[in-house]
Every structure is written in C-alpha cells, then in structure tokens.
Design a binder for this molecule. Sequence first.
Ligand SMILES: N[C@@H](CCC(=O)N[C@@H](CS)C(=O)NCC(=O)O)C(=O)O
Length: 205
Amino acid sequence: MTLKIYGIAASRALRNLWTAEELGLPYEHIKVSYTDPALKEPAFLALNPNGAIPVIDDGGTVVFESLAINLYLARRHGAGTLGAADWAEEAHMLQWTLWTATEIESQTRIWVQQMIYLPEAERDPAVLAAALQALARRLAVADGVLAGRPWLVGDRFTVADLNLASVLLRFKEFGGEAHPHLSAWHQRCLARPAAQRALAMRTAG
Ligand SMILES: N[C@@H](CCC(=O)N[C@@H](CS)C(=O)NCC(=O)O)C(=O)O
C-alpha cells in the first residue's frame, strides 16, 4: 500500500514530504490544511488524536509527530543512507532529533507565535528576545560541531540534518546567519534536489 502523507506542504508536513522525496518513495499526498475542521472529526482523530497535521499511514503503520515520522521513514526505508547504518549512528540521529525538538523548536515556536499568530499589539518583545537569545546559544553549539564536519552524523546527509534544517526553515529570522558553519550547512541542505522539490510544493498548492 502506498505511503499516505496528510498535511499541506505549507505546514510541518513539509518535513515529511522532503523525507519521502529524499528516499524516492512513492506516496499519496493528502493536502489537508491545519485549519480544516475535518482534523477534529472522528475519522481524522483516529489517525492523529491530536487533531493536527502531519500524520502518515505507511501500509497500516500510522505515525504522528513530524520529526518522529522522519526517524521512522529513514529507518524503515533508508537504512545506511538517510537512516542509520549502525547503533552509534542511530543513537546520534535520536540525539540530534530530540535536541532539535526540545532545544530548538521549543524556541522557534515562540518566534512563530509572536511574529505570525499574535496581532502586533499583543506581541511581547521581552518574550521574543528571550527566545532568540536561547536559540542563539543552541545554534552556536551546532555551529561549533559543523565547524569540524560537513554533516551532523556520519559523513553524509541524514535524517538528523533534515530534521534540524527543516525546523530552521526561517533561518534568517531565527538569527541563523550569525553562525557561519551552520549557515553553509543550511544552504547545503536546502540546495538538495529533494528539498527544492518539497519547497516548491508550498507554493504549488
Ligand atoms: N509537534 C507536532 C505539531 C503538529 C502541529 O501543531 N501541526 C499544526 C500544523 S504545522 C496543526 O495541525 N495545527 C492545527 C491544530 O493543532 O489544531 C509535529 O511536529 O507534528
């Protein structure tokens, strides 16, 4: 059964579309938006009880959480390429992905909340500044690591790179350009043909 990816490309589903493109997987893209009331109805809640996108159905294996979906797809369909070749790589892919979720996305979501969702009058500059400051400290860590190696795990682009790069999509706004090695790495990630195909879907509708 073909992999099904639920969620428009202009959402966190982009991360999973990028992964499917990297792996060359055939997939059906179900372009449901995060504003669609159907997300809160029983049929969709049976797939993702959070009522949110993305969620995938890979031949009956249903998974929600965008970064977990990518770890699963890489392990299931890309062992030794996008996914781990051994347990040490597996550990480091988990390490960087959990770091991305807890140390990076915890701050970038504050930026998104403040700058995209809240009306200007309700924004709190102190909250925004604190998030950007916390983010800068963490981005400096990744910059230091990438000063000595081209990719986060092994000697190739892996799901660890994809997960961090896709969370840092608003790279400039998140202060990424202050970190030269991270900047060069982010450009390498986004220049990949699979990334470009996924990014093009955001405007294609
Ligand atoms: N941590 C989740 C977040 C999922 C999420 O918040 N998705 C947004 C779109 S990017 C959504 O569907 N929001 C609608 C809602 O929560 O009602 C993930 O990474 O998959």
